[in-house]
Design a protein around this ligand. Sequence first.
Ligand SMILES: Nc1nc2c(c(=O)[nH]1)N[C@H]1C(S)=C(S)[C@@H](COP(=O)(O)OP(=O)(O)OC[C@H]3O[C@@H](n4cnc5c(=O)[nH]c(N)nc54)[C@H](O)[C@@H]3O)O[C@H]1N2
Ligand SMILES: Nc1nc2c(c(=O)[nH]1)N[C@H]1C(S)=C(S)[C@@H](COP(=O)(O)OP(=O)(O)OC[C@H]3O[C@@H](n4cnc5c(=O)[nH]c(N)nc54)[C@H](O)[C@@H]3O)O[C@H]1N2
Ligand code: SF4
Ligand SMILES: [Mo]
Length: 690
Amino acid sequence: MDTQCPFCSVQCKMQVIQEQNPTDGRSTFSVIPTYNAASEGRLCIKGVYAHEHVFMGDRLLHPMQKKDGHFVPISWEAAYELMASKFTALGEQYGKHAVGVYGGGSLTNESAYLLGKFARVALQTKYIDYNGRFCMSAAASAGVKVLGIDRGLTNQIADIALADCIVLAGTNIAECQPTLMPFFKRAKARGAFIIAIDPRETGTTRMANLHLKVKPGMDATLVNGMLKILLDEGLVDQTFTRERTQGFAELEAHLAALDLAGIAELTGISIELIRQAAMAYGQAATGMVFTARGVEQQTDGHMTVRNFLNLVLLTGKIGKPGCGYGAVTGQGNGQGGREHGQKADQLPGYRLIENPEDRAYVASVWGIDPAELPGKGVSAYEMMVKAHKQEIRGLFVMASNPLLSNPNANLVEAALSKLDFLVVADFLMSETAQMADLILPATAFLENAGTLTNFEGRVLLREAGRPAPGEAKPDWQILCELAEELGRGKYFRYERVEDIFDELRLASRGGVADYYGITYDRLRAEEGVYWPCPELGHPGVHRLFEASFPLPEGRALLTTVANHLPKEQVDEQFPLILTTGRVLSHYLTGEQTRRSPHLAKRDEESFMEIHPETAGKYSITDDSVVKITSRRGTIQVRSRFKSSIRTDTIFVPMHWGADQNVNVLTHDALDPFCRMPGFKVCAVSVSSTI
Ligand SMILES: Nc1nc2c(c(=O)[nH]1)N[C@H]1C(S)=C(S)[C@@H](COP(=O)(O)OP(=O)(O)OC[C@H]3O[C@@H](n4cnc5c(=O)[nH]c(N)nc54)[C@H](O)[C@@H]3O)O[C@H]1N2
Ligand SMILES: Nc1nc2c(c(=O)[nH]1)N[C@H]1C(S)=C(S)[C@@H](COP(=O)(O)OP(=O)(O)OC[C@H]3O[C@@H](n4cnc5c(=O)[nH]c(N)nc54)[C@H](O)[C@@H]3O)O[C@H]1N2
Ligand code: SF4
Ligand SMILES: [Mo]
């Protein structure tokens, strides 16, 4: 089976070989990495064992309806009838917007595109959003505002090795995109200076020349310090700033008024270290800045990314070899998943649902009247709040496990319980699926063909390697058949998945993320194609912004960013900062990796990283079960002493559920610009359970 790893945004290519023993019929598996330009023939441990959840996990094989608290298998026909009748009845009683749709960044471009169309055309609801809201929304919205385009990497991956200075802010590439590490190591071997910004030590910070152990949530302020030093030291690229940006005068005045001693105090980083970082980046001839969820999953994540972009723009380090910005995308199709209409305010190709021209164009491709298209809905967590208020009464979740991944999980659980009808399409019995009234069995990566766009903005084709097991069906087929049952089938008739891609190409044509020139034949022949690719013979754009930015006068936007504190602050009762994230062997809510024996055994349960000095204060011993409590709830995990984490901070990963679900603790304040939750900072107390 020639395939791609289903997990992170690198999308490493591989071959899974199944051999069946003729006597007992049992299968053994081997996995060979295959070459593609991003992974260069590497796989991390998650890729090596990705097939395990497909073959060994307790796959969902039949549609199932919950009756008296138990799931019973039903036919696809009965499932479609039930869903259509329930959603139609809710629409008649409460209006069409009483039904919501919730998607995911693991879906192929074809399914993500179709899910957006399904919500607007088949259900005619405005409420659709997806898990990428928690992932890429801060970086995406900042990229659009400042640069005019949101593409994960503004240049090509090969540029990393050409950078003389690299800033890695809130990104743990060593554990989250491990196969990219050699690109950074190559840069370092060439003499690049690497700066990591992270409150704790990771495999990534260990690679750095300078590690700034920032106080969680204080990155925007830290960058203000770096910008001020660049300005004071004459390291601003005056020509670039004058010719290619706007807003310099305001930014200059704002920086001049800032006080470095105050910034050092707020961020926990000394002026000397801030200066060292600023000088290294400012003096380097080439350089790149990368941000990820550490700085983005904040209640000011949008503005924080804009400040990192100030760093890039003030030094003119974009649009040329060895220079650029990367928002290190998370999910396998985290990039494509955010371009084709799963987001509350978007239509395919990054068109906007509130823009009359965009509406008219997409409506013409879909063969409907633009007046029929609903307006914009609300963000993922806000849909949960609407469900809690019973404004949303029916919900269709496809490729996400919101019970574990939304902030403030107790409210989310209550919201999902209040729904009149919850449908979940998944291939595993997730915690959210367990709450469903109806489960639709989907296909896993080995059975599902389609395109995915990797973190660079390179579109890749993943072929299906095996038939769907049991009665499972690909997501796109489920959507088409449901649309038929809802009486909207004429808008959803495709013979093959490639036909959906061809419609997507047309729907995205002329948009920001233009896929028109990309075809399955090209994807089979080439190593993937970068968007924008507006014409069939077009090579795709490897490096953006070489000459201008797609904004008024071709200029990027500099932003004045205030020194902000995170929304939730510690106090006497909740004296520690909790930050959350990932470990190498598990993926997101752990649904897939917890079912893979080789991956699960590396980390069988959740844990809390804590400084031994801090632990001592609360009489906590190493490797013991502890309680962590926030203003929202309590979880229990095992302690893990780490003398390399800040003493005011603890870290808990996000991969487990039930009484280890870290999102029971997180708060639900959202970033005002992009509605990203502040997953990376909440106030907690810790205590021993002994
Ligand atoms: N193994 C593995 N790989 C994955 C995933 C997975 O679940 N497991 N998920 C994929 C997805 S969807 C995503 S979005 C990416 C996520 O990739 P990353 O964003 O790299 O992962 P995180 O661990 O969430 O956060 C990165 C780092 O931010 C640090 N951090 C926490 N708070 C702050 C802060 O306030 N400031 C700064 N500067 N740093 C902070 C954390 O200590 C952590 O080391 O990974 C993708 N790859
Ligand atoms: N505290 C805290 N919370 C976080 C984060 C954090 O750093 N800290 N990170 C956030 C981020 S970045 C993300 S991306 C979200 C992720 O949040 P979720 O979307 O909830 O995470 P997953 O575990 O990927 O859930 C995907 C579900 O869909 C199923 N699935 C996978 N592929 C497919 C498919 O192709 N089709 C169908 N139908 N089903 C499929 C899987 O079996 C799984 O049950 O979590 C967010 N939540
Ligand atoms: S998890 Fe990411 S880095 Fe690891 S094999 Fe899969 S795609 Fe590659
Ligand atoms: Mo993510």
